[in-house]
Design a protein around this ligand. Sequence first.
Ligand code: NAD
Length: 503
Amino acid sequence: MENTKTQVSQTQNTAVKTKVAVAYGDGIGPEIMKATLKILEASGANIEPEVIEVGEKVYLSGNSAGIEKKSWEVINQNKIILKAPITTPQGKGYKSLNVTLRKSLGLFANVRPVTALSPYIHTNFPNMDVVIIRENEEDLYAGIEHQQTQDVVQCLKLITRPGCEKIVRYAFEYAKLYGRKKVTCMVKDNIMKLTDGLFHNVFKEIAAEYPEITSESQIIDIGSARLAANPENYDVVVTSNLYGDIVSDIVAEIAGSVGMAGSANVGKNIAMFEAIHGSAPDIAGKAIANPSGLINAAVMMLVHVGKVNIANSIKNALLTTIEQGYHTADIYKERQSVQKVSTSEFADKIIENLGNQPVKLPVSTIDENAGRISIPEYIRAQKEQVLVGTDVFINWQGVNPQEIGDALAALQSYKLKLKMITNRGVKVYPNGMPETYCTDHWRCRFVAINATINGEQPKYMPVDFEQILALLSNINHLGFEVIKTENLYEFDGKRGFSLGQGE
Ligand code: NAD
């Protein structure tokens, strides 16, 4: 196979040394990191690695966060992290280092480009070329969980307007910079009207500012099914944290090998680059791991620091090596591959190919202006926030909703009156269905509603917090255990809480 040699321009800031916090990780981490750093060195990227200790060894030394204090200092100085996968020991309350890094450093955008390299790497979708942009800091990953009763545990799903604005704008700016044509939003706002509804509304608002980019929205269940069945129909997908976690793994898997994809975790000032796969303990120490995921992450890192020509050069050398048929075990195929190579042999082939371009696979031509995407500061629009009631959650072991309902309905607390009781979100009082299964966790909604005047819909009336405190005291005196409350607000006259199913 013939390759065309191109001259790598050194006009970009390759003269500037870029200090990078480097984590060798666990399992196959050290093998793939060594290979990646060797390529970076040979490419003239002028990267100065500063090693940080994170991962299994640190966990097992008794540090439940998995990262030493000194490593935080190195990260804060260098602002760029290149990280190999780490192993989180099971059990004993070890915190996921990845989640800690993403949230503590404000790395709000997780960017995972996945491109098929067919026919060199087998996939059923030879034309797929999709980027998953996943919100990285909030959603169910806020990690706020409580056991509230014998039967019930809860996890808070936190979705914020600034979080949605940042990630959605990032997705459109990314599409613009990388010449992508379409951004698809995936949510579940037919069920979660406030949380996923906020994500979707922000998507619609921001999409209108980018008329040159097609925008569409899909419900996550059918969206991920279609993504798995026809990934070639997608370009950029933007979604919240948990959905993004799931769909990005689906996409990487169907492209051929989990060992190929890299990712960027981008914040305002700090960014972290890593492979999407884990530490692969089953093949650690065997010198067979595919370093491409981490190499692709390093390419994204070079783009981020403005060394775009070097990024293109390494990417093209990687594509050329794959095209030439030098394959690690995970992508090796009889007759299709030329030689099965070890991790370090694969890296050496890439180094030999620096300056070469692939013949059949698309040449990497990331634009010089790619790099950092800056997102405007969030400006909070002030709204009138009016307290109109409270949901009181009660731990009650009884089985008959009528009993708790009649007891609470008899309470007189200023204007606040019992409107309904739900169990797991389904209305059971008044007029529930006898078939509804009830746990020991009762949500009792108290609101102040005015009388119907001239056939108009009754409206919520403002209440003050003292009235809610008095209500809680009365409920307590009745002998019910209040486990938590949620205030009910209207914002500029719009209801800021969902209705119960059947309310
Ligand atoms: P994994 O991604 O490590 O491995 C899944 C399968 O893919 C294994 O068969 C493995 O051999 C193979 N594989 C993965 N990367 C490969 C590569 N580069 N070359 C060839 N084959 C490769 O997932 P897992 O087994 O679920 O997790 C192992 C450990 O990794 C766990 O401790 C998990 O917590 C950790 N993990 C870390 C990160 C991270 O640090 N970013 C991400 C995911 C999982």
